[in-house]
Design a protein around this ligand. Structure first.
Ligand code: 4AZ
Length: 235
């Protein structure tokens, strides 16, 4: 996973925590468009951290990318949160044979790997571990949570205004208790295929609160954007 921070404002070694992202090649990070929506969060202001685990400690695996980057959006609509997808291009490719050999990109889904109702996937991030209260702060160590993908009908019922059948998926339990939360945005919802390969099926986008009963989290459906990703990245 990648991690975006705003340097020199407050908190943490490398600045204020902002959003997650996922490496999909030696030069591109997949994240959410809403992460780059405000003036503070323009890419020029953002530090990219790769190979991170504990955000409170200096670790030998951590690589801080400060050189300039480009960002690509694809019709993000703030009003209904649709097309919440961003590609961040590193100016220089990472060296997977050298100083970045401990990093690895995730596979993209193929058109026919689309996850259906009931499949269980993993959301990861440094987001809050509770909506409010003591857990309502950012954990120091990367967390993961297993979540079932829900049917489009269920998702649409829960988010009748915003959920888009073709370009969103939603995941979560009827009983709540497990979810992505604030700060997990931009990070992945990864699913394991029958052949064992993990693919990034979703990008954490939004939700009503966190881990509430009958209130799934909403993710951007990566497979819907494969032609755009190919066009931008050439992969
Ligand atoms: C957020 O604010 C956020 N429960 C992300 C995911 C969810 C809620 C909030 C899903 O970044």
């Amino acid at each position: 996973m990648a991690l975006f921070r705003i340097p020199k404002l407050k908190n943490g070694l490398y600045g204020e925590f902002m959003c997650g992202g996922t490496l999909i090649s030696d030069q591109y990070i997949l994240s959410a468009a809403h992460c780059f929506d405000s003036d503070d969060h323009r890419l020029g202001n953002v530090t990219i951290i790769l190979g991170e685990h504990n955000i409170e400690e200096r670790e030998s695996s951590t690589r801080v990318i400060r050189y300039a980057t480009n960002i690509y959006l694809n019709g993000y609509n703030k009003a209904d949160q649709s097309n919440d997808i961003a590609l961040v291009r590193l100016n220089r490719p990472l060296d997977f044979n050298g100083q970045h050999s401990h990093l690895q990109p995730i596979c993209l889904p193929t058109d026919d790997s689309i996850q259906s109702d009931g499949n269980s996937c993993m959301a990861t991030g440094w987001g809050k571990t509770e909506e409010t209260g003591d857990g309502g702060r950012t954990p120091s160590v990367l967390k993961e949570v297993r979540l079932p993908i829900r049917s489009n009908d269920y998702c649409r019922e829960r988010y009748p205004q915003d959920f888009r059948w073709n370009t969103n998926i939603c995941a979560g339990y009827d009983r709540g208790g497990r979810d992505a939360c604030q700060g997990d945005s931009g990070g992945p919802l990864n699913c394991q295929l029958n052949n064992g390969v993990w693919v990034i099926e979703g990008i954490t986008s939004y939700g009503r609160g966190c881990a509430r009963v009958d209130t799934p989290g909403v993710y951007t459906k990566v497979s819907a954007y494969l032609p755009w990703i190919k066009y931008v990245t050439g992969i």
